[in-house]
Design a protein. Sequence first.
Lengths: 259, 255
Amino acid sequence: MNYFDANTWIGRWPFAFLAAHTAGSLAGHLARQGIGRALVSPLDAVFAPEPGPANRALLRAVRNSGKLEPVPVINPALANWREELAACASDPRVRAVRVLPRYHHYRLGAPAVGGLVRELGRLRLRLIVQIRLIDERHEFHAMNLKPVPAGELGTFLRNHPALPVLAGGLLRRELLSLAPKHPRLIADLSWAEWHDTVPHLLESVPARQLAFATHTPFLVTAAGRAKLDTAAIPFSKRTAIAGANLEQFLSHETKSDRR
Amino acid sequence: MRAIDIHTHPLLRDDHRGRAGAAQLIGRAKANGIEHIVALGDVLGFGRKPTEAQIRRINDETAWLMKSHAGYVTGFCYLNPLLGERAVGREVDRCVARGFRGIKLEIANNARDACMRPVMAAARQNGLVVLQHAWSMTKIRQRGFHTDPEDAALLARRFPEVRIIMAHLTGCGVRGVLAVKDCDNLSVDTSGAAPEEGIVEYAVEQLGADRVLYGSDVPIRDFAVALARVTGAKLDAATRRKILRDNARALLKLP
């Protein structure tokens, strides 16, 4: 099985005792878990005044890794987002960018996000919306951060019906409320859980809308694997969820087409 | 790998699976290597303050599970301490007579409240383990009825002769582990929230391997994910064995 992880991070998270992965340590860790490839974003971009330096460091860090695919973080609330996006897009390995609306203090309905969507379309880059990084009940006591509400993502998807979007960190009930109504939405599985998680989701959501993800290092990597490995589902659906859906999402056309 | 799951709710009104669904859930538990489960009842099926009749109904369902899966299911008697000493006593007597081995407490009240005295007295008198729901209240403003780890610690100090399980290690977090560290009569179960990295290792480091118990909280959670919190943690094999099975076996006096 080719596992392609839709949600991993390198760098240090200050509020929990998590592994502060480098590109090398993350690749090794994922390999030990039987995960061959992963999308990776930089944690340093979450709280930095602007994500540029962290994105540059990410692109440098994974330059020799065939297993980690860089996903820079873009903050459309900042004046330099077009410049930053152009810089990231000039790296041929970049096929998607990740946005963190609540950590970066904007809503998906903000005009700048509409501009970002148009620019991503022009550059043939995919959009990943990170709904949450950690359980909001466990946020650092002095911070008041909430996840992106499912309703806000739903409105955004309604306003952009042709836009493929990967959502990272949806809970089960959020996933079930959104995916059936928005066929271009792909949901990563990292936060969705029920006693029979994957078969339960497949009762309402087509397999093509689900993507394997561990959310390493926030969540136990083996738990992400176990969720899919123990699911009693047909091989074709398992293969799609494990990696094929994510690859299809990313490779809507060859890289050379966007030059 | 063999495991005892200290925290399950095989029957839950919310998901409409019914008794057939409970049997399927138990089948899946067995398929995941779980050799015994503790059934805690549908503790929020009638809201957070169930009546005496509703409590009886929930515990009757647990008794049915124990009878239907004899030797596989241990029942804990769900109580609402707000119902008072007589009601608590009646229900504990009824459950003990049916072979229940513990008491489950949810969010009718905070564990520091005076209404806990008859509950803990009944636990002491009958040799019952008390499993208290808990979550760190730093971001949840419900401490009036929702037990924080500091409240669980206070309960453990007030009743040192009663064995207490503080539920939801992940919800209690680092702060919660530290709050209960000096309470030798209190263990934690590994259930609660998503499988956050590092917290099981931290609990073992601070409390010792003997005070951490595997629990899943199914059907809200997935057995495979819950087990991977322990099997995927950086722990030696002996520690894993204690968390997954040996600690619960000793606590419940299982063969």
